[in-house]
Design a protein around this ligand. Structure first.
Ligand code: ADP
Ligand code: ZN
Ligand code: MG
Length: 504
């Protein structure tokens, strides 16, 4: 793109992603070592994942299953046969000096993922998704001076570096999108959706450190080069210099890194300077990106077939493996089956755990009550405390019990939400204990009736206002009755009783 072209019109960001996802398997992808996080470095290792001479890889069936499930979920073409390649490079976290990955026959090709962003439905093409092994991990250490303990620092400040091969050989799936994104916010929404789908498939643990790692490519093109249907010609994409930002590990991080990169590149282009084609590093703390190195090219890696792994026929897996109902389908079913709004159905299907819990409560009690309790009350209070359902997963039966107390009218909905639920979350105690401690059991009918009579007798001014047609008067009286009954009466019932008595 020429500087002149940039001056004459608006600029558009073009973004494509390479997402690395750790697949949840019990053992590594080419050996029997455990993938559990270990306390001690270099304990989940063997000759294969240490790259010792003569050790041979054996493909983990579980990793293939997970990859095929991902392929089905993104509607990808899964070939009859898939093959493995060696990607050659030297780095201390890669003991074999090559990574086993896939090259020209990846297990998934040409898929698609739909997501919504700011109320709009968007769809991104997934060019390919392939299986590979994770390298080990490095820890850069700075020696503690004057009796201080040594600590982990950035590579530039380190005295030495430790290597841990526990992670080496963890199965990864690299998911490569077409450059279909035009905005960092779309990337964030896409990543959220991708994680949701992977979680539903049961092949991914979002809570695991480093389980999702993103490389984000961004370039700037003149808006005039965007076709009417939003697409951009390959020639334009190839000509545009792009940067690849590495070291992104979260949805938010991706949005931040790309926003920074977009304005950095725009400024360059607007001032007539060139964008260097390079690899940049995202600094999470500063929210910026810094140049790492010029971009490596495919030919640098000397790809060749992995002769120790024969071609793999995937057709049987493809036919035999079923995948569970995915978030979009479940959302539509929730809306239709339980009469929920689009918004409530989306909230309730955002994770499989939430959706399963909602369905349990809906079946046991009532869908409307379940929707209020799970989508509004529970998720709302958790969100307020910066918590997620995973944080209380072993206490979900307590929440069910709380809904039961409401459903059977043993306590009021207001008390259940504002006192019991909040106390449960803040103090970690069960609902029955809260009800007893706070004396929240519903006041019986006689007591409420007596309080209504009392309130009317004690507040002649309010009664007069009521008869004069003043709206606020009834609310004042309801408040008086609620106070007398310690908040344990149902405000709707009280309102009704008051009107009946005032009109009689
Ligand atoms: P390479 O061969 O250099 O790795 P690829 O064509 O394989 O490049 O694409 C790698 C990633 O870069 C993909 O995620 C793709 O969507 C993205 N990409 C390609 N062209 C552009 C561009 N002009 N702007 C932003 N991202 C791009
Ligand atoms: Zn091993
Ligand atoms: Mg590439």
């Amino acid at each position: 793109m020429t500087a002149q072209a940039a001056e004459t019109g608006d600029l558009v960001a073009v973004i494509g992603l390479e997402v690395h996802v750790q697949l949840e398997t019990a053992t590594k992808v080419f050996c029997g070592c455990s993938t559990e996080t270990a306390e001690e470095p270099n304990t989940n290792t063997c000759p294969v994942c240490l790259g010792l001479p003569g050790a041979l890889p054996v493909l983990n069936e579980g990793a293939v299953e997970a990859a095929v499930k991902v392929g089905k979920a993104i509607d990808a073409t899964i070939p009859e046969e898939t093959t493995f390649h060696r990607k050659n490079y030297y780095y201390p976290d890669l003991p074999k000096n090559f990574q086993i990955t896939q090259y020209d026959a990846p297990i998934c090709q040409n898929g698609e993922l739909e997501f919504s962003v700011a109320g709009d439905r968007r769809s991104v093409t997934i060019r390919r998704a392939h299986l590979e092994e994770d390298p080990g991990s490095l820890r850069h250490v700075r020696e503690g001076a004057g009796g201080l303990e040594s600590r982990t620092v950035s590579i530039e400040r380190a005295d030495y570096t430790l290597v841990d091969y526990n992670r080496a050989g963890t199965p990864l799936m690299e998911i490569v999108t077409e450059p279909d994104f035009r905005d960092p916010a779309e990337v964030r929404a896409f990543l959220e959706k991708l994680e949701e789908v992977l979680e539903y498939l049961g092949v991914f643990d979002p809570g695991r450190d480093g389980s999702l790692r993103i490389d984000a490519n961004l370039s700037i093109v003149p808006a005039a080069d965007v076709n009417d249907d939003g697409s951009i010609d390959d020639a334009v994409l190839e000509e545009a210099n792009r940067t690849e930002v590495k070291n992104i590990s979260s949805h938010k991080g991706a949005e931040k890194a790309l926003s920074f990169e977009r304005s950095r590149q725009k400024k360059l282009v607007e001032s007539g300077r060139a964008v260097e084609q390079e690899t940049r590093h995202f600094n999470e703390t500063h929210g910026n990106t810094v140049s790492m190195r010029s971009k490596e090219e495919e030919k640098d890696y000397r790809y060749f077939r992995e002769a120790d792994l024969p071609p793999l026929r995937v057709s049987d897996w493809k036919e035999q493996l079923d995948i569970p109902e995915l978030p979009d389908a479940r959302r539509d079913r929730f809306a239709a089956e339980y009469g929920l709004s689009e918004e409530a159905a989306s909230k309730l299907t955002s994770t499989k755990q939430v959706a399963d819990f909602f369905e349990d409560v809906a079946t046991e009690f009532d869908p409307e009550l379940a929707a209020t309790w799970v989508a509004d009350n529970l998720l709302g209070e958790l969100n307020y405390r910066d918590m997620a359902v995973t944080d209380i997963e072993d206490r979900l039966d307590e929440v069910t019990r709380l809904v039961e107390l409401v459903a059977t009218e043993e306590i009021t909905a207001k008390n259940a939400h504002e006192t019991v639920l909040r106390t449960m979350l803040d103090e970690g105690i069960d609902p029955d204990t809260v009800v007893e401690r706070e004396d929240l059991g519903k006041t019986d009918g006689d007591e409420v009736a007596a309080a209504v009579t009392e309130a009317i007798a004690e507040n002649p001014d309010a009664v007069e206002d009521y008869h004069a047609g003043e709206d606020g008067a009834i609310n004042f009286l309801v408040g008086q009755v609620m106070q007398k009954t310690g908040g344990s009466a149902d405000p709707g019932d009280v309102n009704q009783l008051l009107r009946e008595e005032l009109e009689s």
